[in-house]
Design a protein around this ligand. Structure first.
Ligand code: DOR
Ligand code: ZN
Ligand code: ZN
Length: 452
């Protein structure tokens, strides 16, 4: 064993290899016993027995190897909002949560609304990230600008219907149609935050978080979803619906069976309800807000039976100081990268969700939707992104221990079973048993090369 080197304390100059020994490997259909050899960042071989030695070996007899998880909806902030989260803290949280790839949202300061801003973000991120990161950009009407953002690597144009990220008359169908056409011509999908501003109550007196939540009822979502489905049919671009909260929205998209539509649900909207808002106030305040428990229950079932396309966390960190303002001034959003797997694995252990479905929702399907063709599966030649899971390990959600700068969560105190043991990004261990072992720069900035 004396020729074993730890890649952690050396400057890598040549090829490196990592061997995950004797794991339970998720093949896409079932679990087999075997080892995974990763060389130069790619899966070289998966076999029952691999006799070779590698630069680093991980004994994994009690662990389940899953393809690295992909979170298509996170807010890593950074730039002028680094006080809330930065590329290093946000991707450390991702690593601790088993996520090897995240796609970051453009509502930053300044917003990611041009190819130049995307390039600046890319340059800054590449030195600071521990997992792979791709970027969404703001929706724009200008076709040349959309094409330039695509050429700079954008994964989608984000259409935030309640309030535009970059100047765009979001309430005007003509303006939205122009943006959808620009997306189609640039071969970019559109990611939509589907809440109709005209359906959000702004007049009544709001004293508490419960009233705030009640001011944004499900009809704001229903109305925005049906409007977007109508416009999508007209234009034919690809549309991905972010964080849907109603089972009827998810099934409206599924019913159309169009390869050009996809839906996303979050752990919080499927597992928590308005009751958490009553109990926890700002800790459970996000938009769209939590719904009555009957709704979240049936949303969970829609997800567990396969109607939703993906799970994303909508990791949206703020400082506790900001969150504690009065309801109307409290920024919506909760961190989610470090709670998603423990709470969802708990559901798998309780047999409310199959592991197969969870892997589809958190890895295989997001890879398909966003054109990450070398990710989402553990097969020869795929990227060396792996999450090693301990299905038995019990824990308790403790926001104090988050790597995210946002030390709060509506899941605080939840007792969980199932946890992320080790996270491997591009063949390097970036997280192991509570510790970050990767270095800023061990992740790659991903560029979207897909035609939609
Ligand atoms: O709760 C939310 N927070 N919803 C959003 O749409 C935006 C996000 C944020 O950026 O904080
Ligand atoms: Zn949103
Ligand atoms: Zn979001």
């Amino acid at each position: 064993m004396d020729n074993l080197k730890s890649p952690r304390d050396e400057v890598r100059t040549g090829p490196s290899s990592l061997l995950i020994r004797d794991a339970h490997i998720w093949t896409g259909k079932d679990i087999i016993r075997g080892s995974i050899l990763i060389e130069d960042g790619r899966i070289q071989r998966i076999a029952r027995r691999i006799p070779e030695r590698a630069d680093e070996e991980i004994p994994a007899r009690r662990l389940v190897a899953l393809p690295g998880l992909i979170d298509a909806h996170v807010h890593l902030r950074d730039l002028r909002l680094s006080y809330k989260e930065d590329f290093t803290s946000g991707t450390s949280a991702a690593a601790a949560g088993g996520f090897t790839t995240v796609l970051d949202m453009p509502n930053t300061l300044p917003p990611t609304d041009s190819a130049q801003r995307l390039q600046e973000k890319t340059r800054r991120a590449s030195r600071k990230i521990l997992v792979n990161v791709g970027f969404h950009t703001a929706a724009v009407k200008d076709r040349r600008a959309a094409k330039a953002m695509k050429a700079a690597g954008a994964f989608s144009m984000k259409l935030y219907l309640p309030k535009p990220i970059a100047p765009l008359e979001v309430e005007d169908d003509l303006a939205v149609v122009q943006a959808l056409k620009a997306a189609r011509e640039a071969s970019l999908p559109v990611t939509v935050h589907a809440e109709d501003a005209s359906q959000i109550e702004t007049t009544g007196r709001i004293r508490g978080f419960k009233e705030l939540v009640r001011s944004r009822l499900g009809n704001a979502e229903t109305s925005a979803v049906s409007r977007m489905l109508r416009l999508q049919t007209q234009i034919g671009c690809r549309v991905h619906f972010c964080h849907l909260t109603l089972p009827s929205s998810v099934s409206a998209i599924d019913d159309l069976h169009s390869g050009r539509l996809s839906s996303e649900v979050t752990p919080h909207h499927t597992l928590l309800s308005e009751d958490s808002v009553v109990k926890l106030g700002w800790k459970a305040w996000m938009v769209p807000p939590l719904r009555p428990w009957q709704t979240s229950n049936s949303l969970f079932r829609a997800m567990a039976t396969g109607t939703a396309t993906i799970i994303a966390t909508d990791h949206a960190p703020h400082t506790i100081r900001e969150k504690r303002h009065s309801p109307l001034r409290s920024p919506p959003g909760i961190p989610g990268l470090e709670t998603a797997m423990p709470v969802m694995l708990t559901m798998v252990n309780k047999r409310k969700l199959s592991l197969r479905r969870l892997v589809s929702l958190l890895s295989t399907n997001p890879a398909k939707v966003f054109g990450l063709s070398s990710k989402g599966r553990l097969v020869n030649g795929a990227d060396g992104d792996v999450a090693l899971i301990d299905m038995k390990k019990k824990g308790k959600i403790d926001p104090e221990r988050f790597f995210s700068k946002a030390h709060y969560s509506p899941f605080q105190g939840w007792r969980t079973q199932g946890s992320v043991h080790t996270t491997i990004v591009n063949g390097s261990v970036v997280y192991r048993e509570g510790e970050i072992t990767g270095k800023p720069g061990s992740g790659k900035v991903l560029r979207n090369g897909m035609r939609y």
